[in-house]
Design a protein around this ligand. Structure first.
Ligand code: BG6
Ligand code: MG
Length: 219
């Protein structure tokens, strides 16, 4: 039986995926590096340091690890500054409604994000109240596609993976959910999250009604 839901943050609850893109783009421009939306797709759900390695490799740049840490910190400063513009109006369509309904129906809810900035984002949205547990980039060391962040969330909720549904917009996030034995809802195009148990183009379509209909025998 489904007792809990675990949500990714960036690209599921709110469109911080775009703000991450803008910050990496600014850093890349400053460095004279090539960086576009195609490369950005490969950063979805991927940790900050893994992301800078992907961008560096894409540009065949040779940079010592120490300087990479500095550059990732610079990107993070740009990103964190941009978070001040987020308000409770910035939920992705459908996300706030879904979280409200899960509270009303008494489901357990956890965050399962790779971001170390998740608390700040949730505060800006006034979304802390929707979560029993906040699992993020500070909670585990192995990032997606490892299942650790979702196993952390389920464990903290006192639930087994098969009792939880994970919402994810990243290819690596669906891999992580499946590796952990969770049911997975993919948000985004077929080529990115087509390997989820069920996929929707957007959060607006991924309603509790639709998900309950799909996983009918589990509710
Ligand atoms: C994920 C994003 O949620 O968090 C990635 O999809 C991001 O793009 C990662 O790199 C880490 O985020 P942060 O805020 O710790 O740099
Ligand atoms: Mg995401």
């Amino acid at each position: 039986m489904i007792k809990g839901f675990i949500f990714d943050l960036d690209g599921v609850i709110t469109d911080t995926a775009e703000l991450h893109f803008q910050a990496w783009k600014k850093l890349s421009d400053d460095m004279g590096w090539d960086f576009d939306r195609e490369v950005n797709e490969r950063l979805r759900g991927v940790s900050r340091m893994d992301s800078i390695h992907i961008i560096k490799d894409h540009n065949a740049a040779e940079i010592p690890e120490e300087q990479l840490v500095e550059l990732a910190t610079r990107k993070n400063d740009i990103y964190v500054n941009s978070l001040d513009q987020i308000t409770p109006k910035d939920y992705l369509p459908g996300a706030q409604e879904l979280l409200t309904l899960l509270r009303q129906e008494g489901f357990s809810v956890a965050l399962g994000s790779a971001s170390k900035n998740s608390t700040k984002v949730l505060q800006q949205l006034d979304a802390i109240k929707f979560f029993d547990i906040i699992g993020d980039g500070n909670s585990v060391s192995k990032s997606k596609p490892a299942p650790d962040i979702f196993l952390f969330g389920a464990g903290q909720l006192g639930l087994k993976p098969e009792e939880c549904i994970v919402y994810e917009d990243a290819e690596a996030g669906i891999d992580a959910a499946k590796a952990g034995g969770f049911h997975a809802v993919g948000i985004g195009p077929e080529e990115r999250v087509g390997h989820a148990d069920i996929r929707f183009d957007s959060m607006a379509e991924a309603t509790l009604f639709e998900v309950k209909s799909h996983f009918d025998e589990l509710f």
